[in-house]
Ligand binder design. Structure first.
Ligand SMILES: Nc1ncnc2c1ncn2[C@@H]1O[C@H](COP(=O)(O)OP(=O)(O)OP(=O)(O)O)[C@@H](O)[C@H]1O
Ligand SMILES: [Mg+2]
Length: 554
Protein backbone atom coordinates (compact mmCIF):
# COMPACT_ATOMS: atom_id res chain seq x y z
CA UNK A 1 0.00 0.00 0.00
CA UNK A 2 0.94 3.65 -0.08
CA UNK A 3 3.66 4.79 2.22
CA UNK A 4 2.63 7.70 4.50
CA UNK A 5 3.31 11.06 2.90
CA UNK A 6 5.66 13.26 4.89
CA UNK A 7 4.89 16.90 4.26
CA UNK A 8 6.87 18.45 7.04
CA UNK A 9 10.45 17.57 7.52
CA UNK A 10 10.57 15.06 10.35
CA UNK A 11 13.02 17.26 12.20
CA UNK A 12 10.49 20.07 12.56
CA UNK A 13 8.94 20.32 15.97
CA UNK A 14 5.26 20.87 15.97
CA UNK A 15 2.67 21.80 18.56
CA UNK A 16 -0.90 21.78 17.47
CA UNK A 17 -4.36 22.78 18.63
CA UNK A 18 -4.86 22.96 22.36
CA UNK A 19 -1.26 22.17 23.16
CA UNK A 20 -0.08 25.17 21.15
CA UNK A 21 -2.67 27.48 22.68
CA UNK A 22 -2.04 26.52 26.26
CA UNK A 23 1.69 26.52 25.65
CA UNK A 24 1.51 30.10 24.43
CA UNK A 25 -0.57 31.17 27.37
CA UNK A 26 1.81 29.56 29.83
CA UNK A 27 4.77 31.25 28.18
CA UNK A 28 3.12 34.66 28.26
CA UNK A 29 2.21 34.20 31.89
CA UNK A 30 5.78 33.25 32.71
CA UNK A 31 7.07 36.45 31.11
CA UNK A 32 4.47 38.53 32.94
CA UNK A 33 5.48 36.93 36.23
CA UNK A 34 9.06 38.03 35.72
CA UNK A 35 8.19 41.71 35.65
CA UNK A 36 5.18 41.68 37.98
CA UNK A 37 7.12 42.82 41.03
CA UNK A 38 8.60 45.79 39.22
CA UNK A 39 5.35 47.71 38.78
CA UNK A 40 4.62 50.82 40.73
CA UNK A 41 6.31 53.03 43.30
CA UNK A 42 7.11 50.19 45.71
CA UNK A 43 8.68 48.09 43.02
CA UNK A 44 11.68 45.83 43.28
CA UNK A 45 14.74 46.12 41.13
CA UNK A 46 16.15 43.29 39.08
CA UNK A 47 19.81 42.61 38.71
CA UNK A 48 20.68 40.91 35.48
CA UNK A 49 24.02 39.55 34.44
CA UNK A 50 24.61 39.93 30.76
CA UNK A 51 26.68 37.37 28.82
CA UNK A 52 29.70 39.67 28.91
CA UNK A 53 29.62 39.68 32.70
CA UNK A 54 28.34 43.23 33.03
CA UNK A 55 25.42 43.88 35.33
CA UNK A 56 22.20 45.73 34.70
CA UNK A 57 20.20 46.99 37.64
CA UNK A 58 16.81 48.30 36.73
CA UNK A 59 13.07 48.11 37.17
CA UNK A 60 12.28 49.24 33.66
CA UNK A 61 10.22 46.47 32.06
CA UNK A 62 11.82 46.82 28.68
CA UNK A 63 15.35 46.93 30.02
CA UNK A 64 14.78 43.73 31.99
CA UNK A 65 13.20 41.75 29.20
CA UNK A 66 15.72 42.96 26.66
CA UNK A 67 18.48 41.28 28.63
CA UNK A 68 16.94 37.90 29.30
CA UNK A 69 17.24 35.06 26.91
CA UNK A 70 14.05 33.14 26.19
CA UNK A 71 13.29 30.19 24.02
CA UNK A 72 9.56 29.97 23.54
CA UNK A 73 8.29 31.88 20.49
CA UNK A 74 5.30 33.31 22.36
CA UNK A 75 7.58 34.60 25.08
CA UNK A 76 9.71 36.23 22.41
CA UNK A 77 6.68 37.90 20.97
CA UNK A 78 5.73 39.23 24.42
CA UNK A 79 9.16 40.70 24.86
CA UNK A 80 8.83 42.35 21.50
CA UNK A 81 5.72 44.05 22.88
CA UNK A 82 7.56 45.87 25.56
CA UNK A 83 10.14 46.99 23.03
CA UNK A 84 7.43 48.41 20.80
CA UNK A 85 5.89 50.17 23.76
CA UNK A 86 9.26 51.64 24.62
CA UNK A 87 9.80 52.92 21.13
CA UNK A 88 6.30 54.25 20.67
CA UNK A 89 5.70 56.01 23.95
CA UNK A 90 8.66 55.25 26.20
CA UNK A 91 6.72 54.36 29.35
CA UNK A 92 4.34 51.63 30.43
CA UNK A 93 6.57 48.80 29.32
CA UNK A 94 5.91 46.82 32.49
CA UNK A 95 2.17 47.43 32.46
CA UNK A 96 1.79 46.24 28.89
CA UNK A 97 3.41 42.89 29.64
CA UNK A 98 1.41 42.30 32.80
CA UNK A 99 -1.81 43.24 31.08
CA UNK A 100 -1.17 41.12 28.01
CA UNK A 101 -0.32 38.13 30.20
CA UNK A 102 -3.54 38.57 32.13
CA UNK A 103 -5.64 38.98 28.97
CA UNK A 104 -4.36 35.62 27.82
CA UNK A 105 -4.85 33.97 31.16
CA UNK A 106 -8.51 34.92 31.37
CA UNK A 107 -9.07 33.35 27.96
CA UNK A 108 -7.91 29.96 29.18
CA UNK A 109 -11.25 28.78 30.62
CA UNK A 110 -13.04 29.65 27.38
CA UNK A 111 -10.60 27.63 25.35
CA UNK A 112 -11.08 24.74 27.75
CA UNK A 113 -14.80 24.95 27.15
CA UNK A 114 -14.08 24.77 23.41
CA UNK A 115 -15.15 28.30 22.60
CA UNK A 116 -13.69 29.25 19.24
CA UNK A 117 -10.77 31.68 19.49
CA UNK A 118 -12.43 33.89 16.86
CA UNK A 119 -15.32 34.53 19.22
CA UNK A 120 -12.95 35.45 22.01
CA UNK A 121 -10.96 37.71 19.73
CA UNK A 122 -14.01 39.57 18.45
CA UNK A 123 -15.19 40.12 22.00
CA UNK A 124 -11.74 41.44 22.91
CA UNK A 125 -11.75 43.84 20.02
CA UNK A 126 -15.18 45.09 20.85
CA UNK A 127 -14.06 45.68 24.42
CA UNK A 128 -11.04 47.58 23.14
CA UNK A 129 -13.19 49.94 21.07
CA UNK A 130 -15.45 50.60 24.04
CA UNK A 131 -12.48 51.06 26.33
CA UNK A 132 -11.08 53.78 24.10
CA UNK A 133 -14.37 55.67 24.29
CA UNK A 134 -14.47 55.39 28.07
CA UNK A 135 -10.91 56.58 28.36
CA UNK A 136 -11.70 59.60 26.21
CA UNK A 137 -14.59 60.43 28.49
CA UNK A 138 -12.51 60.47 31.68
CA UNK A 139 -9.37 62.11 30.28
CA UNK A 140 -8.69 65.66 31.31
CA UNK A 141 -6.54 68.31 29.66
CA UNK A 142 -3.34 69.57 31.15
CA UNK A 143 -2.09 73.09 30.66
CA UNK A 144 1.33 72.52 29.13
CA UNK A 145 2.50 76.05 29.83
CA UNK A 146 2.02 75.46 33.55
CA UNK A 147 5.46 74.34 34.65
CA UNK A 148 4.34 72.99 38.01
CA UNK A 149 1.64 70.83 36.45
CA UNK A 150 4.12 69.51 33.90
CA UNK A 151 6.67 68.70 36.58
CA UNK A 152 4.01 66.96 38.66
CA UNK A 153 3.13 64.87 35.69
CA UNK A 154 6.72 63.86 35.01
CA UNK A 155 7.17 63.17 38.71
CA UNK A 156 4.49 60.47 38.61
CA UNK A 157 6.53 58.67 35.98
CA UNK A 158 9.81 59.00 37.83
CA UNK A 159 8.12 58.15 41.13
CA UNK A 160 8.15 54.47 40.24
CA UNK A 161 11.84 54.48 39.56
CA UNK A 162 15.01 53.90 41.46
CA UNK A 163 15.92 57.54 41.05
CA UNK A 164 12.73 58.76 42.68
CA UNK A 165 14.63 60.37 45.55
CA UNK A 166 16.25 62.57 42.94
CA UNK A 167 12.92 62.93 41.17
CA UNK A 168 12.85 66.69 41.02
CA UNK A 169 16.30 66.84 39.53
CA UNK A 170 15.46 64.37 36.76
CA UNK A 171 12.09 66.02 36.08
CA UNK A 172 13.74 69.38 35.64
CA UNK A 173 16.43 67.94 33.40
CA UNK A 174 13.84 66.19 31.25
CA UNK A 175 11.57 69.19 30.89
CA UNK A 176 14.43 71.53 30.11
CA UNK A 177 15.95 69.19 27.52
CA UNK A 178 12.67 68.52 25.75
CA UNK A 179 11.83 72.20 25.57
CA UNK A 180 15.20 72.84 23.95
CA UNK A 181 14.78 70.28 21.20
CA UNK A 182 11.12 71.03 20.65
CA UNK A 183 10.50 72.46 17.26
CA UNK A 184 7.55 73.38 15.11
CA UNK A 185 7.04 71.32 12.05
CA UNK A 186 6.99 74.30 9.72
CA UNK A 187 10.72 74.63 10.23
CA UNK A 188 11.65 71.01 10.22
CA UNK A 189 8.91 69.68 7.99
CA UNK A 190 9.29 66.88 5.58
CA UNK A 191 11.08 69.33 3.35
CA UNK A 192 10.32 68.03 -0.06
CA UNK A 193 6.64 68.25 0.70
CA UNK A 194 6.66 71.46 2.68
CA UNK A 195 8.69 73.41 0.15
CA UNK A 196 6.26 72.64 -2.63
CA UNK A 197 3.40 74.10 -0.59
CA UNK A 198 2.36 77.71 -0.59
CA UNK A 199 3.04 79.54 2.67
CA UNK A 200 -0.62 79.48 3.64
CA UNK A 201 -0.76 75.75 3.17
CA UNK A 202 2.16 75.08 5.44
CA UNK A 203 0.17 76.01 8.53
CA UNK A 204 -2.62 73.78 7.42
CA UNK A 205 -0.10 71.08 6.70
CA UNK A 206 1.43 71.43 10.14
CA UNK A 207 -1.95 71.44 11.77
CA UNK A 208 -3.05 68.58 9.69
CA UNK A 209 -0.08 66.56 10.83
CA UNK A 210 -0.68 68.14 14.23
CA UNK A 211 2.88 67.60 15.02
CA UNK A 212 5.72 69.35 16.62
CA UNK A 213 8.92 67.40 16.36
CA UNK A 214 10.82 66.57 19.51
CA UNK A 215 13.51 64.17 18.53
CA UNK A 216 15.07 63.61 21.92
CA UNK A 217 16.87 60.51 20.75
CA UNK A 218 18.86 62.41 18.16
CA UNK A 219 19.18 65.87 19.56
CA UNK A 220 19.36 65.46 23.31
CA UNK A 221 22.39 63.40 24.08
CA UNK A 222 23.08 62.13 27.54
CA UNK A 223 26.75 62.18 28.54
CA UNK A 224 27.34 59.90 31.47
CA UNK A 225 30.43 60.92 33.35
CA UNK A 226 31.15 58.82 36.44
CA UNK A 227 32.18 60.72 39.54
CA UNK A 228 30.88 63.81 41.25
CA UNK A 229 27.49 64.32 42.83
CA UNK A 230 24.18 63.47 41.25
CA UNK A 231 23.07 67.02 41.90
CA UNK A 232 25.88 68.25 39.64
CA UNK A 233 23.98 66.97 36.61
CA UNK A 234 22.70 69.63 34.29
CA UNK A 235 21.39 70.41 30.82
CA UNK A 236 23.85 72.38 28.78
CA UNK A 237 22.62 75.17 26.55
CA UNK A 238 24.69 73.67 23.75
CA UNK A 239 26.62 70.48 23.20
CA UNK A 240 29.72 68.84 24.56
CA UNK A 241 31.94 66.62 22.50
CA UNK A 242 34.37 64.12 23.86
CA UNK A 243 37.39 65.54 21.99
CA UNK A 244 40.39 67.77 22.40
CA UNK A 245 41.72 70.18 19.79
CA UNK A 246 43.86 68.63 17.07
CA UNK A 247 47.07 70.52 17.76
CA UNK A 248 48.20 71.69 21.20
CA UNK A 249 48.81 75.22 19.92
CA UNK A 250 45.26 75.72 18.73
CA UNK A 251 43.02 77.98 20.77
CA UNK A 252 41.07 76.29 23.56
CA UNK A 253 38.87 79.16 24.60
CA UNK A 254 36.98 81.32 22.12
CA UNK A 255 34.08 83.62 22.77
CA UNK A 256 31.41 83.84 20.09
CA UNK A 257 33.12 81.32 17.82
CA UNK A 258 32.29 81.05 14.14
CA UNK A 259 31.77 77.34 13.57
CA UNK A 260 32.04 75.39 10.33
CA UNK A 261 30.84 71.78 10.27
CA UNK A 262 32.09 69.50 7.49
CA UNK A 263 31.55 65.88 6.65
CA UNK A 264 34.41 65.56 4.19
CA UNK A 265 38.06 64.67 4.72
CA UNK A 266 40.40 67.62 5.02
CA UNK A 267 43.12 65.76 3.19
CA UNK A 268 43.88 64.74 -0.33
CA UNK A 269 41.38 62.15 -1.49
CA UNK A 270 43.11 58.96 -2.43
CA UNK A 271 41.60 57.10 -5.36
CA UNK A 272 38.88 54.78 -4.16
CA UNK A 273 39.62 51.75 -6.27
CA UNK A 274 43.01 50.80 -7.60
CA UNK A 275 44.71 53.70 -9.28
CA UNK A 276 47.74 53.39 -11.50
CA UNK A 277 50.00 56.31 -12.11
CA UNK A 278 52.89 55.96 -14.52
CA UNK A 279 55.75 58.23 -13.76
CA UNK A 280 58.79 58.37 -16.04
CA UNK A 281 60.68 61.40 -14.74
CA UNK A 282 61.51 62.51 -11.25
CA UNK A 283 59.99 65.89 -12.06
CA UNK A 284 56.65 64.28 -12.70
CA UNK A 285 56.62 62.81 -9.26
CA UNK A 286 57.34 66.18 -7.77
CA UNK A 287 54.59 67.70 -9.82
CA UNK A 288 52.26 65.03 -8.56
CA UNK A 289 53.07 65.79 -4.92
CA UNK A 290 52.81 69.46 -5.72
CA UNK A 291 49.28 68.92 -6.98
CA UNK A 292 48.26 67.32 -3.71
CA UNK A 293 49.70 70.20 -1.79
CA UNK A 294 47.99 72.70 -4.04
CA UNK A 295 44.69 71.01 -3.44
CA UNK A 296 45.04 71.23 0.34
CA UNK A 297 46.18 74.82 0.07
CA UNK A 298 43.15 75.78 -2.01
CA UNK A 299 40.93 73.82 0.33
CA UNK A 300 42.22 75.65 3.39
CA UNK A 301 42.16 79.00 1.63
CA UNK A 302 38.45 78.60 0.87
CA UNK A 303 37.83 77.73 4.48
CA UNK A 304 39.90 80.57 5.88
CA UNK A 305 38.09 83.05 3.64
CA UNK A 306 35.00 82.45 5.77
CA UNK A 307 36.93 83.45 8.90
CA UNK A 308 36.01 80.47 11.03
CA UNK A 309 37.23 80.05 14.59
CA UNK A 310 36.42 76.37 14.83
CA UNK A 311 36.27 73.82 12.01
CA UNK A 312 34.98 70.35 12.76
CA UNK A 313 34.89 67.41 10.41
CA UNK A 314 33.58 63.88 10.53
CA UNK A 315 36.60 62.62 8.62
CA UNK A 316 40.35 63.06 8.94
CA UNK A 317 42.54 66.14 8.69
CA UNK A 318 46.03 65.92 7.18
CA UNK A 319 49.08 67.41 8.82
CA UNK A 320 49.36 69.96 6.07
CA UNK A 321 45.80 71.18 6.43
CA UNK A 322 46.29 71.29 10.15
CA UNK A 323 49.35 73.46 9.64
CA UNK A 324 47.61 75.98 7.38
CA UNK A 325 44.59 76.22 9.63
CA UNK A 326 46.64 76.56 12.78
CA UNK A 327 48.56 79.42 11.20
CA UNK A 328 45.28 81.13 10.47
CA UNK A 329 44.27 80.71 14.12
CA UNK A 330 41.57 78.15 13.45
CA UNK A 331 40.83 75.37 15.92
CA UNK A 332 40.17 71.99 14.35
CA UNK A 333 38.35 68.91 15.68
CA UNK A 334 38.43 65.83 13.51
CA UNK A 335 36.73 62.45 13.35
CA UNK A 336 33.54 63.68 14.95
CA UNK A 337 30.68 61.27 15.29
CA UNK A 338 27.98 61.94 12.72
CA UNK A 339 25.37 62.47 15.41
CA UNK A 340 27.61 64.85 17.34
CA UNK A 341 28.16 66.83 14.18
CA UNK A 342 24.42 67.04 13.55
CA UNK A 343 23.81 68.30 17.06
CA UNK A 344 26.60 70.84 16.86
CA UNK A 345 25.27 72.10 13.53
CA UNK A 346 21.81 72.48 15.02
CA UNK A 347 22.81 74.37 18.11
CA UNK A 348 25.35 76.61 16.41
CA UNK A 349 23.20 77.31 13.38
CA UNK A 350 25.76 75.95 10.92
CA UNK A 351 25.01 73.90 7.86
CA UNK A 352 27.01 70.72 7.44
CA UNK A 353 29.14 71.30 4.35
CA UNK A 354 30.11 68.81 1.67
CA UNK A 355 32.04 71.11 -0.69
CA UNK A 356 34.18 73.89 0.71
CA UNK A 357 34.03 76.03 -2.44
CA UNK A 358 30.28 76.21 -2.11
CA UNK A 359 30.20 77.27 1.53
CA UNK A 360 28.97 80.78 2.13
CA UNK A 361 28.77 83.06 5.09
CA UNK A 362 25.26 81.75 5.80
CA UNK A 363 26.58 78.26 6.45
CA UNK A 364 28.84 79.39 9.25
CA UNK A 365 27.38 78.85 12.69
CA UNK A 366 27.46 81.92 14.88
CA UNK A 367 24.98 81.11 17.61
CA UNK A 368 27.39 79.65 20.14
CA UNK A 369 28.44 81.94 22.95
CA UNK A 370 31.60 80.17 23.92
CA UNK A 371 33.96 77.41 22.92
CA UNK A 372 35.90 75.86 25.73
CA UNK A 373 38.03 72.79 26.30
CA UNK A 374 37.64 71.49 29.81
CA UNK A 375 38.57 68.38 31.73
CA UNK A 376 35.93 66.50 33.64
CA UNK A 377 37.04 63.46 35.59
CA UNK A 378 40.10 62.61 33.50
CA UNK A 379 38.39 63.12 30.20
CA UNK A 380 38.71 66.09 27.92
CA UNK A 381 35.59 67.65 26.53
CA UNK A 382 34.97 70.41 24.04
CA UNK A 383 32.11 72.62 25.15
CA UNK A 384 30.12 74.56 22.62
CA UNK A 385 27.76 76.33 24.93
CA UNK A 386 25.90 79.49 25.92
CA UNK A 387 24.11 79.14 22.59
CA UNK A 388 21.38 81.49 21.55
CA UNK A 389 18.26 79.41 20.98
CA UNK A 390 19.99 76.01 20.85
CA UNK A 391 17.92 73.37 19.13
CA UNK A 392 19.99 70.53 20.48
CA UNK A 393 21.59 69.88 23.81
CA UNK A 394 23.79 67.62 25.87
CA UNK A 395 22.69 66.45 29.27
CA UNK A 396 25.57 65.88 31.62
CA UNK A 397 24.84 63.18 34.17
CA UNK A 398 27.14 62.73 37.14
CA UNK A 399 26.92 60.02 39.73
CA UNK A 400 28.67 57.43 41.81
CA UNK A 401 29.13 54.51 39.47
CA UNK A 402 28.53 53.33 35.96
CA UNK A 403 25.53 51.20 36.88
CA UNK A 404 23.85 54.02 38.73
CA UNK A 405 24.45 56.33 35.81
CA UNK A 406 22.96 53.84 33.40
CA UNK A 407 19.81 53.49 35.45
CA UNK A 408 19.67 57.25 35.77
CA UNK A 409 19.94 57.55 32.02
CA UNK A 410 17.08 55.08 31.49
CA UNK A 411 14.91 56.94 33.98
CA UNK A 412 15.71 60.19 32.27
CA UNK A 413 14.72 58.70 28.91
CA UNK A 414 11.37 57.66 30.39
CA UNK A 415 10.87 61.14 31.75
CA UNK A 416 11.73 62.75 28.43
CA UNK A 417 9.37 60.47 26.56
CA UNK A 418 6.53 61.31 28.91
CA UNK A 419 7.26 65.01 28.60
CA UNK A 420 7.21 64.72 24.85
CA UNK A 421 3.99 62.75 24.90
CA UNK A 422 2.31 65.37 27.01
CA UNK A 423 3.46 68.23 24.84
CA UNK A 424 2.18 66.42 21.76
CA UNK A 425 -1.10 65.45 23.34
CA UNK A 426 -1.88 67.27 26.57
CA UNK A 427 -4.53 64.84 27.72
CA UNK A 428 -3.96 62.89 30.93
CA UNK A 429 -5.63 60.01 32.73
CA UNK A 430 -5.59 59.20 36.44
CA UNK A 431 -2.86 56.73 37.43
CA UNK A 432 -2.54 54.26 40.25
CA UNK A 433 -4.92 51.85 38.56
CA UNK A 434 -7.81 54.33 38.56
CA UNK A 435 -8.20 54.27 34.80
CA UNK A 436 -8.07 50.49 34.66
CA UNK A 437 -10.59 50.14 37.46
CA UNK A 438 -12.96 52.58 35.80
CA UNK A 439 -12.64 50.70 32.52
CA UNK A 440 -13.21 47.43 34.30
CA UNK A 441 -16.39 48.56 36.03
CA UNK A 442 -17.83 50.29 32.97
CA UNK A 443 -17.02 47.39 30.67
CA UNK A 444 -18.69 44.88 32.94
CA UNK A 445 -21.77 47.11 32.95
CA UNK A 446 -21.67 47.04 29.15
CA UNK A 447 -21.29 43.27 29.19
CA UNK A 448 -24.78 42.88 30.66
CA UNK A 449 -26.21 44.35 27.50
CA UNK A 450 -24.42 41.97 25.16
CA UNK A 451 -26.31 38.95 23.91
CA UNK A 452 -24.83 35.58 23.27
CA UNK A 453 -21.55 33.98 24.13
CA UNK A 454 -19.55 37.11 23.34
CA UNK A 455 -20.58 38.53 26.68
CA UNK A 456 -18.31 36.16 28.59
CA UNK A 457 -14.99 37.02 27.02
CA UNK A 458 -16.05 40.69 26.99
CA UNK A 459 -16.52 40.51 30.75
CA UNK A 460 -13.21 38.68 31.03
CA UNK A 461 -11.46 41.74 29.58
CA UNK A 462 -13.06 43.80 32.31
CA UNK A 463 -11.75 41.39 34.93
CA UNK A 464 -8.30 41.28 33.41
CA UNK A 465 -7.93 45.05 33.67
CA UNK A 466 -8.07 44.76 37.44
CA UNK A 467 -4.62 43.23 37.37
CA UNK A 468 -2.95 46.65 37.38
CA UNK A 469 -4.50 47.95 40.63
CA UNK A 470 -4.19 44.47 42.11
CA UNK A 471 -0.48 44.27 41.37
CA UNK A 472 0.06 47.79 42.72
CA UNK A 473 -1.60 46.75 45.98
CA UNK A 474 0.31 43.49 46.16
CA UNK A 475 3.60 45.21 45.54
CA UNK A 476 3.20 47.35 48.61
CA UNK A 477 2.41 44.33 50.70
CA UNK A 478 -1.33 44.73 51.21
CA UNK A 479 -4.19 42.31 50.74
CA UNK A 480 -5.76 43.09 47.39
CA UNK A 481 -9.23 41.64 47.91
CA UNK A 482 -10.51 44.11 50.47
CA UNK A 483 -9.02 47.17 48.81
CA UNK A 484 -10.17 46.11 45.37
CA UNK A 485 -13.74 45.56 46.51
CA UNK A 486 -13.79 49.00 48.05
CA UNK A 487 -12.27 50.53 44.96
CA UNK A 488 -14.76 48.79 42.71
CA UNK A 489 -17.59 50.19 44.81
CA UNK A 490 -16.21 53.71 44.39
CA UNK A 491 -16.07 53.34 40.64
CA UNK A 492 -19.55 51.90 40.50
CA UNK A 493 -20.95 55.19 41.83
CA UNK A 494 -23.34 56.77 39.37
CA UNK A 495 -22.34 59.78 37.29
CA UNK A 496 -18.63 58.95 37.22
CA UNK A 497 -18.11 60.46 40.67
CA UNK A 498 -15.55 57.84 41.59
CA UNK A 499 -13.73 57.71 38.27
CA UNK A 500 -10.58 59.28 39.66
CA UNK A 501 -10.13 56.99 42.65
CA UNK A 502 -7.09 54.77 42.57
CA UNK A 503 -4.55 53.01 44.68
CA UNK A 504 -2.02 54.85 46.75
CA UNK A 505 0.98 52.89 45.59
CA UNK A 506 3.03 53.62 48.71
CA UNK A 507 0.54 52.54 51.41
CA UNK A 508 -1.93 50.45 49.47
CA UNK A 509 -4.99 52.48 50.45
CA UNK A 510 -7.54 54.21 48.25
CA UNK A 511 -7.02 57.83 47.25
CA UNK A 512 -8.59 60.39 44.94
CA UNK A 513 -6.08 61.07 42.19
CA UNK A 514 -7.26 64.67 42.05
CA UNK A 515 -5.62 65.13 45.42
CA UNK A 516 -2.92 62.48 45.27
CA UNK A 517 -1.77 63.72 41.89
CA UNK A 518 -0.58 60.67 39.97
CA UNK A 519 -1.47 61.18 36.31
CA UNK A 520 -0.39 59.47 33.18
CA UNK A 521 -0.40 60.62 29.57
CA UNK A 522 -3.44 59.53 27.61
CA UNK A 523 -1.33 58.24 24.75
CA UNK A 524 0.68 56.00 27.05
CA UNK A 525 -2.38 54.44 28.65
CA UNK A 526 -4.17 54.01 25.36
CA UNK A 527 -1.16 52.44 23.75
CA UNK A 528 -0.68 50.11 26.72
CA UNK A 529 -4.21 48.79 26.63
CA UNK A 530 -4.33 48.62 22.87
CA UNK A 531 -1.08 46.73 22.54
CA UNK A 532 -1.98 44.35 25.35
CA UNK A 533 -5.36 43.41 23.90
CA UNK A 534 -4.19 43.26 20.32
CA UNK A 535 -1.23 41.06 21.05
CA UNK A 536 -3.30 38.78 23.25
CA UNK A 537 -5.76 38.43 20.38
CA UNK A 538 -2.97 37.58 18.06
CA UNK A 539 -1.51 34.91 20.31
CA UNK A 540 -4.95 33.41 20.84
CA UNK A 541 -5.41 32.89 17.15
CA UNK A 542 -2.36 30.70 16.88
CA UNK A 543 -3.22 27.03 16.82
CA UNK A 544 -0.08 25.61 15.38
CA UNK A 545 3.52 26.22 16.34
CA UNK A 546 6.03 24.79 13.93
CA UNK A 547 9.62 25.34 14.76
CA UNK A 548 11.80 25.22 11.71
CA UNK A 549 14.49 22.77 10.88
CA UNK A 550 16.65 21.59 13.72
CA UNK A 551 20.27 21.12 13.10
CA UNK A 552 20.84 17.40 12.65
CA UNK A 553 23.77 17.32 15.03
CA UNK A 554 21.71 18.60 17.91
N1 LIG B 1 2.48 57.05 43.63
C1 LIG B 1 1.79 56.13 42.96
N2 LIG B 1 0.74 55.54 43.54
C2 LIG B 1 0.05 54.61 42.88
N3 LIG B 1 0.31 54.19 41.65
C3 LIG B 1 1.33 54.76 41.01
C4 LIG B 1 2.12 55.76 41.62
N4 LIG B 1 3.07 56.13 40.75
C5 LIG B 1 2.86 55.39 39.62
N5 LIG B 1 1.81 54.58 39.77
C6 LIG B 1 1.29 53.61 38.81
O1 LIG B 1 2.31 52.68 38.54
C7 LIG B 1 2.22 52.24 37.18
C8 LIG B 1 3.52 52.43 36.46
O2 LIG B 1 4.51 51.67 37.05
P1 LIG B 1 5.96 51.57 36.41
O3 LIG B 1 6.45 52.91 36.01
O4 LIG B 1 6.75 50.78 37.39
O5 LIG B 1 5.74 50.68 35.18
P2 LIG B 1 5.51 51.06 33.68
O6 LIG B 1 5.35 52.53 33.50
O7 LIG B 1 4.42 50.20 33.19
O8 LIG B 1 6.80 50.54 32.97
P3 LIG B 1 8.24 51.23 32.84
O9 LIG B 1 8.20 52.52 33.57
O10 LIG B 1 9.11 50.21 33.47
O11 LIG B 1 8.45 51.36 31.39
C9 LIG B 1 1.13 53.06 36.53
O12 LIG B 1 -0.03 52.28 36.45
C10 LIG B 1 0.96 54.22 37.50
O13 LIG B 1 -0.36 54.70 37.47
MG1 LIG C 1 6.79 53.99 34.25
Amino acid sequence: MNAPIMVLNTNAERDQGKRAQFGNIAAAKAVADIVRTTLGPRSMLKMILDPMGGIVMTNDGNAILREIDVNHPAAKSMIELSRTQDEEVGDGTTSVIILAGEMLQVAEPFLEKKMHPRTIVSAYNRALIDAEEIMKSIAISLDTSDKEAMLGMIRSTIGTKFMSSYGDLICNLALEAVLIVKEDITVDADESKASSLAVADIDAYAQDRGHITMDTKRFARVERIPGGQMSDSYVLDGVIINKDVLHPKMRRHITNPRVICLDIPMEYNKGESQTNIEISKEADFEAYLELEEQYIKRFCASLIKLKPDVVVTEKGCSDLAQHYLMKAGVTVLRRMRKTDNARLARCSGATIGHRVELLTDKDVGTKCGEYLVKQIANETFSFFHKCREPKACSIVLRGGSKDVLQEMDRNLQDAMCVTRNILLNPKVLPGGGATEMELSVRLSENADAIDGVMAYPYRAVADALEIIPRTLIQNCGQQPIKVLTELRAKHALKGGKGAHFGVDGKEGGIVDMNEYGVWEPFVVKLQTIKTAIESASMLLRIDDVVSGLRNRDE
